[in-house]
Design a protein around this ligand. Structure first.
Ligand code: NAD
Length: 494
């Protein structure tokens, strides 16, 4: 067990109050992974001051040089991939194959960011006047407040921090208190790769204290938040009052449609991975399965058999398919929704209870759970559960399937299994979601593609790919007049 610290103003240090919290393994609650500072507003203020001081030198560092540091970050992450993946599994329970993937997403994001240091493209456009040129540049914004959830402890922070850095911003980072150890490894790697100390600051602690203090600090210019819709709303309100730039990536209620012409074996593999991967704790998890009535019964028979075969246990075992819920509170939320599902008339066809046998006795395990007979108005067809619970809805046509899929407040990920090219393209056009997979599950984003959702899933920004670089930079329009005289736009030519 290790004692961890904040990194503020170029120094690893305890929080001012000296208070701490424990980070425990959700697969084995007896194991304490680390002790972390339980920071307050005061610590955040120091971190913001440090980031502000670091900003001037960092903004003047050429973007390709900033990118070179991210290249080294990627190289170090390659060397430490296995070590970080194992730590991540211990602190949040996700199975080792997935935590390796989580680190790999960070590596991919680092190399993409490194190359973006040599792009950060602006535009040029002709001037309407003679002997004049018009250009636009991408400028750094200032101090970026980065607030992240626990389900992708490496990938999500890197989606935000790497582009923010390449664009010339400095960072105050508050990771989720369920995953502070992986976050600390990321900061150590950034420093080892040569990032100047004031440019990155990490402050551990709870959202109510540390997160709120970052959002409310008027010296933080831009906030990038991923987490629940409830918290996202409060951040949008606080950010709005300060006219602060805010990116919100929030909840989802993602669905997979399976049409009567689909390859059923493929669709089964997709839904098993989408619904029960990460124990259903992904913002893009398949939480609803929309089945055509002609294949419903056959598909359910196959799906239930496969689901019962999933191996539940400690994610460090290579043959385990489903790890624990991240903590007791999250398992209680799952139990609450299972109760509601039964009460509202859903038919429980598998799971629906905790798993406490053998190696599962010390953790927060819950059996993969499926409800059939769900109608679109039921609570478990509408609300995000964030656990291994799948609601199955029956439909008669593609149009009905899309209407059901679109019938929630969220719009993050979506999927359709069909062999009919016309159905696929109608789905691409009509589904209201930031991401649509054809013949693939609702999970599986790649680091160089835009990631994010529509409707209540966010506020219109995207992470990943090229779009996030626009979020983390300001556009400056520049006019260069070399005519040697006053030229008046809109007046002299007309
Ligand atoms: P959460 O909203 O509880 O916490 C997210 C982060 O915000 C944590 O670091 C937390 O400490 C902090 N926080 C909490 N209260 C705060 C406040 N008042 N002010 C500022 N910060 C505060 O979410 P979670 O439980 O960590 O993650 C699960 C949620 O995240 C789910 O709803 C999931 O859908 C969502 N999520 C969305 C995406 C996406 O890209 N759309 C990705 C992953 C997770």
């Amino acid at each position: 067990m290790e004692n961890y610290q904040n990194f503020i103003n170029g120094k690893w240090q305890d929080c001012k109050s000296g208070k701490t919290f424990e980070n425990r393994n959700p697969a084995d609650w007896d194991e304490v992974v680390g002790i972390f500072p339980k920071s307050d507003k005061e610590d955040v203020e120091m971190a913001v001051k440090s980031a502000r001081e670091g900003f001037n030198d960092w903004r003047l560092t050429p973007a390709p040089k900033r990118g070179d540091i991210l290249k080294k970050v990627g190289d170090i992450m390659v060397d430490r991939k296995e070590e970080i993946a194992r730590l991540m599994t211990r602190e949040m329970g996700k199975i080792i194959h997935e935590t390796r993937g989580d680190v790999q997403e960070g590596i991919d994001t680092a190399y993409y960011a490194a190359s973006e240091g040599r792009r950060l493209l602006g535009h040029n456009a002709p001037s309407e006047l003679e002997n004049k040129m018009n250009l636009s540049f991408r400028m750094p914004i200032g101090v970026a407040g980065i607030i992240t959830p626990w389900n992708f402890p490496m990938a999500i922070p890197t989606w935000k921090i790497f582009p923010a850095l390449v664009c010339g911003n400095t960072i105050v980072f508050k990771p989720a208190s369920d995953t502070p150890a992986t976050a600390t490894e990321l900061v150590k790697i950034l420093l080892e790769a040569g990032l100047p100390p004031n440019v990155i600051n990490i402050v551990h602690g709870g959202g109510g204290k540390v997160g709120t203090a970052i959002v409310n600090n008027t010296d933080v210019d831009v906030i990038s938040f991923t987490g629940s819709s409830e918290v996202g709303q409060t951040i949008a309100e606080a950010g709005g009052r300060q006219l602060k730039r805010v990116s919100l990536e929030l909840g989802g209620k993602n669905a997979q449609i399976v049409m009567d012409d689909a390859n059923l074996e493929l669709a089964i593999e997709g839904v098993l991975w989408g619904a029960f991967g990460t124990t259903g704790q992904r913002c893009t998890a398949t939480s609803r399965l929309i089945l055509h009535e002609d294949i419903h019964d056959k598909f359910m028979e196959m799906l239930v058999a496969h689901t019962k075969n999933l191996k539940i246990g400690n994610g460090l075992n290579e043959d385990v398919n489903v790890g624990p819920c991240v903590n007791e509170g999250q398992r209680e939320i799952v139990e609450k929704y299972v109760k509601i599902g039964k009460k509202e008339g859903g038919t429980l066809v598998c799971g629906g209870e905790q798993m406490n046998d053998g190696e599962c006795s010390k953790g927060f395990f819950y059996k993969p759970t499926i409800f059939t007979g769900i109608t679109p108005d039921m609570t478990i067809a509408q609300e995000e559960i964030f656990g291994p619970v799948l609601s199955v809805l029956k439909i008669k046509s593609l149009e009905e399937a899309i209407e059901v899929l679109n019938g929630t407040i969220y719009g993050l990920s979506s999927s359709i299994y069909t062999q009919d090219v016309n159905s696929a393209f109608k789905a691409i056009r009509d589904i209201e979601a930031g991401i649509t997979y054809i013949n693939g599950p609702t999970i599986g984003a790649e680091a160089h593609m835009p990631f994010g959702g529509v409707k209540a899933t966010g506020n219109g920004h995207r992470e990943g790919g090229w779009e996030v670089y626009e979020f983390f930079s300001e556009t400056k329009a520049v006019y260069v007049d070399f005519s040697g005289k006053l030229q008046r736009a809109q007046i002299d030519n007309y």
